[in-house]
Design a protein around this ligand. Structure first.
Ligand SMILES: Cc1ncc(COP(=O)(O)O)c(C=O)c1O
Length: 449
C-alpha cells in the first residue's frame, strides 16, 4: 500500500468510498449529529504534507486543508515535535487563573505582526466563533455602545452572538430564534456582481455611501455603533476579496466616529494571502483582529488582538478555561516559525503561479464566471451563462464531486463557488496537478451540458 508519506500526488485505487471508508460513514451516521454537512464521502485516515490518505489507501491532494486550517500541511514534523514536547511537559493549567510563559510568548509573536503605530494585546480562545464573541464583548465594553454592523455573505461563526453577525446561509440561522439585537447588515463589495458598473478596484463606493447616508442617518447614529466587523476576504461567502480602498474607507469612517473596526481574519489570515494578514494588502490599522484556523496547523486555538488602548477591561470581565492551552500554543509557535520562515512567501509565489495558469478559465470554460482571490486563497465562481451570470450551484457541486473522485479535495463556498485553499507548503508540481484535476473536472461537467 502506498502511504501518504511516500507520495505527494493523489492516487485513487477504487470506486469511492472504498469498503473501509464506507464502514466509517455508516458508523458515523449512527452516532454523530446530522447537522454536519459533508459534501462528499472523504474519510480521513492519515495525512502528510498536502496529502490525505483514506483507510482504503487512496491518496488525495488536499486543496481544502481542513477548511484552511492545516496551513503547514498535515503533521508537519516541526509542529508534531513541538506538540509532543509540550504534551510531555504541561498539557493544561488554565491561563484564566494562572500564568504560563507560553501565553505571552505567542502573544508577543502575534503583536509583532501588527502595525507598529500601536501596541496591541491578545486574548486567547479555542475557536473562531469564540474570537468573534470576545471581540463583540470587547468592542461593547470599550465603547459603551451596543450596535454592530456586519456584511451580507460574511460568516463569523455559529454561536448565538457570532451567528447574529453571520449572514451567509439561512439554514445556519433557521429555527434558532431571536439573536442579538442592534445588528444591521449591509452589502459586501462583490466585484464580479458589483452594482452601478464599478470595477474591481472601485466596487464598494456605493456601500460606503449607504453606510454614511442611510444607515448612519436613518438607523443607527454613528455614536451608538460599537463596531463594524468585516472579513477582508469573504471565506464561506465565496472567496471574495474586498477592494483595498473599501477597507481604507471603512477605517476612515470608524476613526471618524470612534467605532471599532474588527477584521475577521479567521480564514484569510496567517500568511495564506501572501501577507500575514489579508488586511495588510490595504495597509490599514484595525482596532481588533481575529484569528484561528491556520494559526496552529489544526490544534484548536483562536485569538483576538486589540489595540492596548482598546483592551482595557477589568479582571473577570472575560476568560476561558482552555484558551491559550500550552499544547495548542506550542503548535501555534511552531506554525508561525514555518509561516514566517518561508511558507508565507511560498503562498505568494505558488498562488501567483496558480493564478497565472487559471486566470483565463472564464475564457476557456463557459461555466466559469470568475476567478479571484489572493495568494493561496483562490475562488472560482460557476455560472450557467457568462452573460447573465446566472448562478450554477448544481454545476459547482458536480465539479467538487468530480474532483474528489479524481483525488483532489476542494470545498464549495458561497452559493456557486469553489474554494481552493491548499496548505501553504504546496509546490508548483502539486499546483499543476491540482489545476489539471480541476480542469478535467470542469470539462467533464461541461460535456454533460
Ligand atoms: C471568517 C470566519 N470567522 C469565524 C469562523 C468561525 O470559526 P469556528 O468554526 O472555528 O468557530 C469561520 C469559520 O469558518 C470563518 O471562516
Amino acid at each position: 500500500m502506498i502511504t501518504a508519506t511516500e507520495t505527494k500526488f493523489p492516487q485513487i485505487k477504487m470506486a469511492l468510498p472504498g469498503p473501509k471508508a464506507q464502514q466509517v460513514i455508516e458508523y458515523d451516521a449512527k452516532f454523530i449529529s446530522p447537522s454536519l454537512s459533508r459534501d462528499y464521502p472523504l474519510v480521513a485516515h492519515r495525512g502528510h504534507g498536502a496529502i490525505v490518505e483514506d483507510p482504503d489507501g487512496n491518496a488525495f491532494l488536499d486543496f481544502a486543508a481542513g477548511i484552511a486550517v492545516c496551513s503547514t500541511g498535515h503533521c508537519h514534523p516541526h509542529v508534531v515535535q513541538a506538540i509532543q514536547k509540550q504534551a510531555a511537559e504541561l498539557i493544561h493549567i488554565a491561563g484564566t487563573d494562572f500564568y504560563h510563559q507560553h501565553m505571552p510568548q505567542l502573544a508577543e509573536r502575534l503583536v509583532a505582526t501588527m502595525p507598529k503605530s500601536h501596541h496591541y494585546k491578545v486574548f486567547f480562545g479555542n475557536s473562531g466563533t469564540e474570537a468573534v464573541e470576545g471581540a463583540i464583548k470587547l468592542a461593547r465594553y470599550h465603547t459603551r455602545r451596543d450596535k454592530l454592523i456586519a456584511f451580507y455573505g460574511c460568516f463569523h461563526g455559529r454561536t448565538l452572538g457570532s451567528l447574529s453577525l453571520t449572514a451567509s446561509k439561512n439554514t445556519q440561522r433557521k429555527y434558532f430564534g431571536a439573536l442579538l439585537g442592534g445588528v444591521e447588515h449591509i452589502p459586501y463589495p462583490y466585484a464580479y456582481r458589483c452594482a452601478l458598473g464599478h470595477t474591481k478596484e472601485t466596487c464598494g463606493a456605493e456601500i460606503i455611501e449607504l453606510l454614511e447616508q442611510q444607515i448612519f442617518k436613518r438607523l443607527f447614529a454613528p455614536e451608538e455603533v460599537a463596531a463594524i466587523i468585516v472579513e477582508p476576504i469573504q471565506g464561506e461567502g465565496g472567496f471574495i476579496p474586498a477592494p483595498n480602498f473599501f477597507l481604507q474607507e471603512l477605517q476612515r469612517l470608524c476613526n471618524k466616529h470612534g467605532i471599532m473596526l474588527i477584521l475577521d481574519e479567521v480564514q484569510a489570515g496567517i500568511g495564506r494571502t501572501g501577507k500575514m494578514w489579508a488586511y495588510d494588502h490595504a495597509g490599514i490599522t484595525p482596532d481588533i483582529v481575529l484569528t484561528a484556523k491556520g494559526i496552529a496547523s489544526g490544534m484548536p486555538i483562536s485569538a483576538f488582538i486589540a489595540k492596548e488602548s482598546v483592551m482595557q477591561w477589568k479582571p473577570g470581565s472575560h476568560g476561558s478555561t482552555y484558551g491559550g492551552n500550552p499544547v495548542c500554543i506550542a503548535s501555534a509557535l511552531a506554525t508561525l516559525d514555518l509561516i514566517e520562515g518561508g511558507l508565507m512567501a511560498n503562498a505568494q509565489k505558488v498562488g501567483g503561479y496558480i493564478f497565472s495558469k487559471i486566470n483565463d478559465w472564464p475564457k476557456r470554460f463557459k461555466i466559469v464566471g470568475d476567478v479571484r482571490g489572493k495568494g493561496l486563497m483562490i475562488g472560482v465562481e460557476f455560472v450557467r451563462d457568462q452573460r447573465t451570470k446566472e448562478k450554477a450551484p448544481d454545476l459547482r457541486d458536480k465539479v467538487v464531486l468530480n474532483a474528489f473522485h479524481k483525488g483532489l479535495l476542494t470545498l464549495g463556498s458561497g452559493e456557486n463557488s469553489i474554494r481552493m485553499s491548499p496548505p501553504l507548503i504546496i509546490d508548483e508540481e502539486q499546483a499543476d496537478c491540482g489545476i489539471r484535476l480541476m480542469e478535467e473536472s470542469i470539462r467533464d461537467v461541461e460535456k454533460t451540458l
